[in-house]
Design a protein around this ligand. Structure first.
Ligand SMILES: *Cc1c(COP(=O)(O)O)cnc(C)c1O
Length: 374
């Protein structure tokens, strides 16, 4: 019940990956037919993946995952923009891969504005409009949030951004393979995606960059990825990503329908069975997300009790689930510190079942009852 943290590798993708791990393991940069098979696997994946977002294959740069793509997007524009004191706009609810990159650049003299969000987690567009300066080079706002699932109005955000002559980057790690994405239609200039959030392998992702944009390389070295991202490609992971990407995009409507059904069922059950529970976020959210405050029950303790029954849910995001401080996303949507520390995130997958949901709700009910007694 923690599909926002990661998802199961598709068996079909795993089988395809094995081929490139065990037999066709040539270095894609070598000049003989054996290696050409590895090269062909990469280019075929690039073509397939580009098609899923209406991009050109030459606009896809494979990375080690979502975090690298986020780091690269922000730093690649920062170093290539040619301004002494560039200004970057982001939001208060971004993933730490964006927020900590921004904090790093602040220490290098970059000016950053963190746009607040409304109670449902959507970007405050009036605030965004007023945030631009003559030095604004980039706006980075996520497509869908990893804790509360809120889907941001990225078409409006890119329109506002372009009107102010800046570039628009979006972290689409939670959105890709889950909701349709069209980089042309949405006016996306740069976009980060990770494979393991859509049934692909871990340690692989991509950065989409519109072909008209000049940006700096992030990993310097050999000529891989059209001189932009050095290092021998992770051929097997890229091949597995191709299968995961095409499958999750093909089955998107079916999966969404199933997740929405499970989500509605679970949400109703949670509200019916557990007193004083509130659902956070927006009605316009990812189909699999339930973020709820179980008032008076400490989330870490609750998760610990559920873990004893092998139930996997989280408080906030996996990236800082070990910290005892309140989630920046939850405080940004207006939750008190106390409520934020009593909030859990359940993220369903199409393979979850009604009986699993009934079992988990009973366990949450029991755990909440015991914790509230203390
Ligand atoms: C998981 C996640 C990332 C990081 O992706 P990795 O491939 O794990 O580095 C970045 N942004 C969001 C929104 C995520 O959910």
């Amino acid at each position: 019940m923690d599909h926002a943290a990661t998802t199961m590798l598709l068996p079909k993708a795993a089988a395809y990956m094995r081929q490139y791990e065990l037999s066709e393991y040539g270095n894609p940069s070598s000049n003989y037919p054996f290696a050409a098979k590895s090269k062909a696997a990469i280019e075929s994946a690039r073509y397939t993946i580009a098609n899923t977002i209406n991009a050109k294959p030459s606009e896809i740069y494979f990375t080690s995952g979502g975090s690298e793509a986020d780091n690269w997007a922000i730093q690649g524009i920062f170093t290539s923009c040619g301004k002494n004191m560039p200004h970057i706009i982001t939001s208060a609810i971004e993933h730490s891969a964006i927020l900590n990159t921004c904090r790093f650049l602040e220490r290098k003299g970059c000016h950053i504005t963190y746009v607040p969000v409304k109670g449902d987690g959507t970007i405050n567009l009036d605030y965004l409009e007023k945030a631009f300066t003559k030095n604004t080079v980039l706006v980075s706002i996520m497509t869908a949030n990893n804790e509360i699932g809120t889907i941001e109005p990225i078409e409006k955000i890119s329109e506002i951004t372009h009107r102010h002559h800046a570039l628009f980057h979006t972290d689409a790690v939670q959105a890709y393979g889950h909701i349709p994405i069209d980089v042309q239609k949405s006016g996306i200039d740069l976009m980060s995606v990770s494979a393991h959030k859509c049934n692909g392998p871990k340690g692989i992702g991509f950065l989409y960059v519109n072909e008209n944009i000049n940006f700096d390389s992030f990993i310097h070295g050999g000529g891989q990825e059209r001189q932009k991202r050095a290092g021998t490609e992770n051929v097997a992971a890229i091949a597995g990503f191709k299968i995961a990407a095409s499958t999750s995009c093909e089955k998107m409507a079916e999966h969404n329908k199933r997740e929405l059904y499970l989500n509605n069922y679970m949400t109703r059950l949670l509200i019916r069975e557990i007193p004083d529970i509130t659902i956070n976020g927006s009605s316009n959210k990812l189909a699999n997300n339930i973020n709820c405050t179980v008032k008076g029950a400490n989330a870490q303790a609750l998760i610990g009790l559920l873990a004893m029954d092998d139930i996997c849910i989280s408080a906030g995001s996996a990236c800082h689930s070990d910290s005892s401080s309140a989630s920046h996303v939850l405080t940004a949507i207006g939750l008190s510190n106390e409520d934020a520390l009593s909030t859990i995130r359940i993220t369903l997958g199409a393979e979850n079942t009604i009986s699993e949901i009934e079992h988990v709700v009973q366990k949450i009910k029991y755990a909440a009852f015991n914790l509230r007694k203390r």
